[in-house]
Ligand binder design. Structure first.
Ligand code: FAD
Length: 358
Protein backbone atom coordinates (compact mmCIF):
# COMPACT_ATOMS: atom_id res chain seq x y z
CA UNK A 1 0.00 0.00 0.00
CA UNK A 2 1.30 3.51 -0.80
CA UNK A 3 2.25 5.70 2.16
CA UNK A 4 -0.22 8.53 2.72
CA UNK A 5 1.08 11.71 1.09
CA UNK A 6 0.98 13.72 4.31
CA UNK A 7 3.46 11.47 6.10
CA UNK A 8 6.90 13.10 6.07
CA UNK A 9 9.82 11.01 4.79
CA UNK A 10 11.87 9.08 7.31
CA UNK A 11 15.33 10.57 7.91
CA UNK A 12 18.08 8.07 8.75
CA UNK A 13 20.99 9.59 10.61
CA UNK A 14 23.76 9.03 13.14
CA UNK A 15 22.79 11.74 15.61
CA UNK A 16 19.72 13.76 16.55
CA UNK A 17 20.15 16.72 18.90
CA UNK A 18 17.06 17.83 20.80
CA UNK A 19 17.45 21.57 21.47
CA UNK A 20 19.32 24.32 19.62
CA UNK A 21 20.43 26.29 22.67
CA UNK A 22 24.14 27.07 23.10
CA UNK A 23 24.90 23.54 24.26
CA UNK A 24 22.95 21.83 21.44
CA UNK A 25 24.81 24.04 18.96
CA UNK A 26 28.20 23.18 20.45
CA UNK A 27 27.21 19.51 20.38
CA UNK A 28 27.06 19.88 16.59
CA UNK A 29 30.68 21.08 16.69
CA UNK A 30 31.98 18.29 18.88
CA UNK A 31 30.19 15.64 16.81
CA UNK A 32 31.42 17.32 13.65
CA UNK A 33 35.06 16.94 14.71
CA UNK A 34 34.38 13.20 14.95
CA UNK A 35 32.83 13.33 11.46
CA UNK A 36 29.29 12.82 12.73
CA UNK A 37 26.62 14.87 11.00
CA UNK A 38 23.67 15.88 13.15
CA UNK A 39 20.04 16.86 12.81
CA UNK A 40 19.02 19.54 15.32
CA UNK A 41 15.42 20.07 16.42
CA UNK A 42 14.00 22.96 18.43
CA UNK A 43 10.47 23.95 19.35
CA UNK A 44 11.43 27.61 18.88
CA UNK A 45 11.53 28.97 15.34
CA UNK A 46 15.18 30.07 15.76
CA UNK A 47 18.35 28.71 17.40
CA UNK A 48 19.89 30.09 20.61
CA UNK A 49 17.72 28.71 23.42
CA UNK A 50 17.67 30.83 26.58
CA UNK A 51 20.40 33.14 25.21
CA UNK A 52 18.08 34.37 22.47
CA UNK A 53 14.73 33.85 24.13
CA UNK A 54 15.52 35.35 27.52
CA UNK A 55 18.56 37.65 27.25
CA UNK A 56 19.64 38.38 23.66
CA UNK A 57 21.13 41.80 24.50
CA UNK A 58 22.54 41.10 27.96
CA UNK A 59 26.30 40.73 28.29
CA UNK A 60 27.77 37.35 29.31
CA UNK A 61 31.19 37.52 30.99
CA UNK A 62 32.06 33.90 31.73
CA UNK A 63 32.62 32.26 28.36
CA UNK A 64 36.30 31.23 28.40
CA UNK A 65 38.49 33.52 26.28
CA UNK A 66 35.54 35.74 25.36
CA UNK A 67 35.71 38.63 27.86
CA UNK A 68 32.20 39.76 27.00
CA UNK A 69 29.49 38.94 24.47
CA UNK A 70 25.71 39.18 24.38
CA UNK A 71 23.38 36.19 24.17
CA UNK A 72 22.83 36.98 20.52
CA UNK A 73 26.55 37.31 19.76
CA UNK A 74 27.26 33.99 21.45
CA UNK A 75 24.58 32.31 19.34
CA UNK A 76 25.80 33.93 16.12
CA UNK A 77 29.36 32.86 16.84
CA UNK A 78 28.33 29.31 17.64
CA UNK A 79 26.35 29.15 14.39
CA UNK A 80 29.43 30.39 12.52
CA UNK A 81 31.64 27.88 14.30
CA UNK A 82 29.43 24.94 13.32
CA UNK A 83 28.96 26.02 9.70
CA UNK A 84 31.54 23.54 8.34
CA UNK A 85 29.55 20.62 9.70
CA UNK A 86 26.36 21.18 7.70
CA UNK A 87 23.90 20.25 10.44
CA UNK A 88 20.26 20.17 9.37
CA UNK A 89 17.92 22.30 11.48
CA UNK A 90 14.28 21.41 12.05
CA UNK A 91 12.89 24.44 13.87
CA UNK A 92 9.45 25.30 15.20
CA UNK A 93 8.74 21.69 16.13
CA UNK A 94 8.86 19.88 19.44
CA UNK A 95 10.34 16.42 19.76
CA UNK A 96 7.39 14.41 20.99
CA UNK A 97 8.64 10.80 20.82
CA UNK A 98 11.89 8.99 21.42
CA UNK A 99 11.68 5.19 21.41
CA UNK A 100 14.24 2.45 21.11
CA UNK A 101 13.72 0.20 18.09
CA UNK A 102 14.41 -3.52 17.92
CA UNK A 103 17.62 -2.88 15.94
CA UNK A 104 19.03 -0.75 18.80
CA UNK A 105 18.54 2.55 17.00
CA UNK A 106 15.99 5.16 18.05
CA UNK A 107 12.77 6.34 16.51
CA UNK A 108 12.36 10.11 16.99
CA UNK A 109 9.29 12.07 15.94
CA UNK A 110 8.30 15.73 16.16
CA UNK A 111 5.05 17.61 16.58
CA UNK A 112 5.20 18.47 12.86
CA UNK A 113 5.45 14.81 11.86
CA UNK A 114 9.18 14.82 11.00
CA UNK A 115 10.51 11.33 11.72
CA UNK A 116 14.02 10.04 12.23
CA UNK A 117 15.82 6.77 12.76
CA UNK A 118 19.04 7.56 14.57
CA UNK A 119 21.90 5.71 16.21
CA UNK A 120 22.25 8.26 19.01
CA UNK A 121 20.20 11.01 20.64
CA UNK A 122 21.61 14.07 22.42
CA UNK A 123 19.12 15.82 24.66
CA UNK A 124 20.19 19.46 25.02
CA UNK A 125 16.73 20.61 25.99
CA UNK A 126 17.70 23.14 28.67
CA UNK A 127 14.80 23.87 30.94
CA UNK A 128 12.39 22.25 28.48
CA UNK A 129 10.63 23.33 25.32
CA UNK A 130 9.56 26.96 25.30
CA UNK A 131 5.82 27.17 24.83
CA UNK A 132 3.65 30.28 24.62
CA UNK A 133 2.01 31.08 27.96
CA UNK A 134 -1.70 30.53 27.54
CA UNK A 135 -4.57 32.89 28.22
CA UNK A 136 -6.72 30.84 30.57
CA UNK A 137 -10.34 31.63 29.80
CA UNK A 138 -13.08 28.99 29.52
CA UNK A 139 -14.03 28.04 25.99
CA UNK A 140 -11.11 29.73 24.24
CA UNK A 141 -9.22 26.56 23.19
CA UNK A 142 -11.66 25.62 20.48
CA UNK A 143 -10.84 28.78 18.53
CA UNK A 144 -7.09 28.14 18.64
CA UNK A 145 -5.43 28.80 15.26
CA UNK A 146 -8.84 29.80 13.86
CA UNK A 147 -9.38 33.07 15.72
CA UNK A 148 -7.00 32.80 18.67
CA UNK A 149 -3.26 32.91 18.00
CA UNK A 150 -0.16 32.78 20.20
CA UNK A 151 2.22 33.35 17.27
CA UNK A 152 1.90 35.28 14.05
CA UNK A 153 3.12 33.07 11.24
CA UNK A 154 1.45 34.91 8.38
CA UNK A 155 0.74 38.60 9.12
CA UNK A 156 -1.15 39.02 5.84
CA UNK A 157 -4.01 36.92 7.21
CA UNK A 158 -4.85 39.66 9.74
CA UNK A 159 -4.88 42.61 7.34
CA UNK A 160 -8.28 44.35 7.30
CA UNK A 161 -9.49 42.53 10.45
CA UNK A 162 -10.67 43.79 13.82
CA UNK A 163 -7.86 42.68 16.11
CA UNK A 164 -7.57 42.44 19.86
CA UNK A 165 -3.95 42.05 20.99
CA UNK A 166 -3.14 41.10 24.59
CA UNK A 167 0.17 41.53 26.42
CA UNK A 168 2.70 44.09 27.56
CA UNK A 169 6.04 42.87 26.19
CA UNK A 170 7.91 43.48 22.97
CA UNK A 171 5.95 40.94 20.91
CA UNK A 172 2.60 42.48 21.88
CA UNK A 173 3.80 46.02 21.14
CA UNK A 174 5.66 45.13 17.93
CA UNK A 175 2.63 43.38 16.44
CA UNK A 176 0.32 46.16 17.66
CA UNK A 177 2.41 48.74 15.79
CA UNK A 178 2.67 46.49 12.76
CA UNK A 179 -1.11 46.13 12.43
CA UNK A 180 -2.16 49.62 13.58
CA UNK A 181 0.15 51.64 11.32
CA UNK A 182 -0.12 52.17 7.58
CA UNK A 183 1.50 49.31 5.74
CA UNK A 184 0.73 46.08 3.91
CA UNK A 185 -0.85 44.44 6.98
CA UNK A 186 -2.88 47.34 8.33
CA UNK A 187 -5.85 45.99 10.30
CA UNK A 188 -9.36 47.47 10.26
CA UNK A 189 -9.01 48.16 13.99
CA UNK A 190 -6.54 47.32 16.76
CA UNK A 191 -7.29 47.23 20.48
CA UNK A 192 -4.36 46.49 22.78
CA UNK A 193 -5.28 45.06 26.19
CA UNK A 194 -2.82 44.89 29.06
CA UNK A 195 -3.48 44.29 32.74
CA UNK A 196 -1.74 47.51 33.78
CA UNK A 197 -0.70 50.82 32.28
CA UNK A 198 3.00 49.94 32.29
CA UNK A 199 4.95 47.86 29.80
CA UNK A 200 7.99 45.58 29.62
CA UNK A 201 8.42 46.51 25.95
CA UNK A 202 10.96 48.95 24.48
CA UNK A 203 10.06 52.51 25.57
CA UNK A 204 10.14 53.72 21.93
CA UNK A 205 7.45 51.19 20.97
CA UNK A 206 5.30 52.20 23.93
CA UNK A 207 5.63 55.88 22.99
CA UNK A 208 4.66 55.13 19.40
CA UNK A 209 1.64 53.11 20.59
CA UNK A 210 0.47 56.07 22.69
CA UNK A 211 0.87 58.39 19.68
CA UNK A 212 -1.31 56.06 17.61
CA UNK A 213 -3.94 56.09 20.39
CA UNK A 214 -3.88 59.91 20.45
CA UNK A 215 -4.31 59.91 16.66
CA UNK A 216 -7.28 57.50 17.13
CA UNK A 217 -5.60 54.86 14.97
CA UNK A 218 -5.94 52.28 17.75
CA UNK A 219 -7.10 51.92 21.36
CA UNK A 220 -5.38 50.79 24.53
CA UNK A 221 -7.52 49.26 27.29
CA UNK A 222 -6.27 48.43 30.79
CA UNK A 223 -7.90 45.26 32.04
CA UNK A 224 -7.97 41.49 32.06
CA UNK A 225 -9.85 39.14 29.78
CA UNK A 226 -12.34 37.27 31.94
CA UNK A 227 -14.69 35.68 29.41
CA UNK A 228 -15.69 35.32 25.78
CA UNK A 229 -18.72 36.04 23.60
CA UNK A 230 -19.68 33.56 20.90
CA UNK A 231 -22.24 33.33 18.13
CA UNK A 232 -22.73 30.73 15.39
CA UNK A 233 -19.60 28.80 16.34
CA UNK A 234 -17.50 31.96 16.11
CA UNK A 235 -15.69 33.99 18.72
CA UNK A 236 -17.27 37.42 18.47
CA UNK A 237 -15.72 39.23 21.43
CA UNK A 238 -13.91 39.09 24.75
CA UNK A 239 -15.10 40.32 28.12
CA UNK A 240 -12.57 42.68 29.66
CA UNK A 241 -12.73 43.51 33.34
CA UNK A 242 -11.12 46.85 34.17
CA UNK A 243 -9.62 48.12 37.41
CA UNK A 244 -12.96 49.76 38.15
CA UNK A 245 -14.47 46.25 38.35
CA UNK A 246 -16.69 46.92 35.33
CA UNK A 247 -16.73 44.26 32.59
CA UNK A 248 -17.03 45.47 29.00
CA UNK A 249 -17.35 43.43 25.81
CA UNK A 250 -14.73 44.12 23.15
CA UNK A 251 -15.74 42.77 19.72
CA UNK A 252 -13.16 41.12 17.47
CA UNK A 253 -12.34 39.00 14.43
CA UNK A 254 -9.09 37.65 15.86
CA UNK A 255 -7.39 37.55 19.25
CA UNK A 256 -3.58 37.64 19.39
CA UNK A 257 -2.09 36.73 22.77
CA UNK A 258 1.55 37.49 23.65
CA UNK A 259 2.20 36.50 27.27
CA UNK A 260 5.77 35.34 26.63
CA UNK A 261 7.10 31.83 26.64
CA UNK A 262 7.49 29.40 29.49
CA UNK A 263 9.61 26.24 29.43
CA UNK A 264 8.01 22.81 29.88
CA UNK A 265 9.78 19.47 30.28
CA UNK A 266 6.82 18.11 28.34
CA UNK A 267 7.25 14.85 26.44
CA UNK A 268 10.83 14.25 27.70
CA UNK A 269 9.30 12.99 30.94
CA UNK A 270 7.86 10.02 29.02
CA UNK A 271 10.94 8.75 27.22
CA UNK A 272 11.82 6.21 29.92
CA UNK A 273 14.88 8.08 31.20
CA UNK A 274 15.88 8.20 34.85
CA UNK A 275 14.92 11.64 36.16
CA UNK A 276 15.65 13.56 39.36
CA UNK A 277 13.70 16.73 40.08
CA UNK A 278 12.64 16.97 36.40
CA UNK A 279 16.23 16.65 35.23
CA UNK A 280 17.87 13.81 33.39
CA UNK A 281 20.35 11.77 35.40
CA UNK A 282 23.67 11.23 33.59
CA UNK A 283 27.11 9.83 34.36
CA UNK A 284 30.05 12.22 34.25
CA UNK A 285 32.23 10.10 32.00
CA UNK A 286 30.07 10.24 28.88
CA UNK A 287 27.02 12.21 30.00
CA UNK A 288 24.96 9.20 29.00
CA UNK A 289 21.47 8.75 30.42
CA UNK A 290 19.98 5.57 31.89
CA UNK A 291 19.24 4.51 28.29
CA UNK A 292 22.43 3.58 26.42
CA UNK A 293 22.79 5.68 23.27
CA UNK A 294 20.86 8.63 24.69
CA UNK A 295 23.01 11.43 26.08
CA UNK A 296 21.91 14.56 27.96
CA UNK A 297 23.96 17.76 28.05
CA UNK A 298 23.52 21.30 29.33
CA UNK A 299 20.86 22.57 31.73
CA UNK A 300 18.62 19.51 31.30
CA UNK A 301 20.98 17.06 33.02
CA UNK A 302 21.92 16.45 36.62
CA UNK A 303 24.92 14.84 38.35
CA UNK A 304 26.75 15.48 41.59
CA UNK A 305 28.15 19.00 41.52
CA UNK A 306 26.26 20.09 38.40
CA UNK A 307 26.36 23.83 37.70
CA UNK A 308 23.96 25.20 35.12
CA UNK A 309 26.49 27.21 33.17
CA UNK A 310 27.16 27.39 29.47
CA UNK A 311 30.78 26.39 29.93
CA UNK A 312 29.75 23.22 31.81
CA UNK A 313 27.48 22.34 28.88
CA UNK A 314 30.33 22.81 26.41
CA UNK A 315 32.54 20.36 28.34
CA UNK A 316 29.67 17.87 28.58
CA UNK A 317 29.09 18.08 24.81
CA UNK A 318 32.74 17.17 24.12
CA UNK A 319 32.65 14.10 26.34
CA UNK A 320 29.20 13.04 25.12
CA UNK A 321 30.45 13.09 21.51
CA UNK A 322 33.34 10.78 22.41
CA UNK A 323 30.94 8.64 24.45
CA UNK A 324 28.61 8.27 21.47
CA UNK A 325 31.28 7.44 18.89
CA UNK A 326 31.29 3.66 19.57
CA UNK A 327 27.54 3.49 18.77
CA UNK A 328 28.13 5.25 15.46
CA UNK A 329 31.48 3.75 14.45
CA UNK A 330 31.64 0.42 16.33
CA UNK A 331 34.77 -0.67 14.43
CA UNK A 332 36.74 2.55 14.65
CA UNK A 333 39.17 3.60 17.37
CA UNK A 334 38.68 7.25 18.16
CA UNK A 335 41.74 9.25 19.15
CA UNK A 336 41.84 12.68 20.68
CA UNK A 337 43.24 15.15 18.18
CA UNK A 338 44.05 18.85 18.40
CA UNK A 339 42.37 21.30 16.04
CA UNK A 340 45.68 23.18 16.00
CA UNK A 341 47.75 20.40 14.53
CA UNK A 342 45.58 17.62 13.10
CA UNK A 343 45.41 17.63 9.28
CA UNK A 344 42.36 15.37 9.57
CA UNK A 345 40.53 17.92 11.71
CA UNK A 346 41.61 20.69 9.35
CA UNK A 347 39.95 18.73 6.56
CA UNK A 348 36.65 18.39 8.45
CA UNK A 349 36.82 22.05 9.44
CA UNK A 350 37.51 23.02 5.83
CA UNK A 351 40.66 24.98 6.74
CA UNK A 352 44.24 24.83 5.46
CA UNK A 353 46.86 22.99 7.47
CA UNK A 354 49.42 25.62 8.51
CA UNK A 355 53.08 24.92 7.90
CA UNK A 356 55.21 24.85 11.07
CA UNK A 357 58.47 24.65 9.10
CA UNK A 358 59.17 28.38 9.19
P1 FAD B 1 18.71 26.17 26.57
O1 FAD B 1 19.45 27.40 26.30
O2 FAD B 1 17.58 26.21 27.54
O3 FAD B 1 18.16 25.61 25.17
C1 FAD B 1 17.36 24.46 25.15
C2 FAD B 1 16.56 24.45 23.87
O4 FAD B 1 15.88 23.18 23.77
C3 FAD B 1 15.46 25.51 23.84
O5 FAD B 1 15.61 26.30 22.69
C4 FAD B 1 14.16 24.70 23.83
O6 FAD B 1 13.15 25.30 23.03
C5 FAD B 1 14.61 23.37 23.23
N1 FAD B 1 13.77 22.22 23.61
C6 FAD B 1 13.50 21.76 24.85
N2 FAD B 1 12.71 20.67 24.79
C7 FAD B 1 12.50 20.43 23.48
C8 FAD B 1 11.75 19.45 22.78
N3 FAD B 1 11.08 18.46 23.39
N4 FAD B 1 11.70 19.54 21.43
C9 FAD B 1 12.37 20.53 20.77
N5 FAD B 1 13.09 21.48 21.39
C10 FAD B 1 13.15 21.42 22.72
N6 FAD B 1 24.96 31.00 31.85
C11 FAD B 1 26.29 31.32 31.85
O7 FAD B 1 27.14 30.43 31.72
N7 FAD B 1 26.68 32.63 31.97
C12 FAD B 1 25.79 33.66 32.10
O8 FAD B 1 26.19 34.82 32.23
C13 FAD B 1 24.39 33.34 32.06
N8 FAD B 1 23.46 34.33 32.17
C14 FAD B 1 22.12 34.01 32.16
C15 FAD B 1 21.17 35.01 32.27
C16 FAD B 1 19.82 34.72 32.29
C17 FAD B 1 18.81 35.84 32.39
C18 FAD B 1 19.40 33.36 32.19
C19 FAD B 1 17.94 33.00 32.21
C20 FAD B 1 20.35 32.34 32.08
C21 FAD B 1 21.72 32.65 32.08
N9 FAD B 1 22.68 31.64 31.97
C22 FAD B 1 24.02 31.97 31.95
C23 FAD B 1 22.30 30.23 31.88
C24 FAD B 1 22.44 29.75 30.43
O9 FAD B 1 21.62 30.54 29.58
C25 FAD B 1 22.05 28.29 30.34
O10 FAD B 1 22.95 27.55 31.12
C26 FAD B 1 22.15 27.81 28.89
O11 FAD B 1 21.24 28.50 28.07
C27 FAD B 1 21.86 26.32 28.82
O12 FAD B 1 21.97 25.96 27.48
P2 FAD B 1 21.21 24.68 26.92
O13 FAD B 1 21.60 24.60 25.47
O14 FAD B 1 21.48 23.53 27.83
O15 FAD B 1 19.65 24.99 27.09
Amino acid sequence: MDAPENIAPLIETDAVIVGAGPVGLFQVFELGLLEVKAHVIDSLPYPGGQCIELYPDKPIYDIPAVPVCTGRELTDNLLKQIEPFGATFHLGQEVSEVQRRDDGRFHVATSKGTRFITKTVFIAAGVGAFQPRQLKVDGLEKYLERQVFYRVKNPAQFAGQNLVIVGGGDSALDWTLNFAQDGPHRAESVILIHRRDGFRAAPASVARMRELCDAMQMQFVVGQITGIEEADERLTGVKVTGHDGVTRVVPLDALLVFFGLSPKLGPIAHWGLALEHKQIVVDTEKFETSVPGIFAVGDINTYPGKKKLILSGFHEAALAAFGAAPYIFPDKRIHLQYTTTSPKLHKVLGVETPSFDD
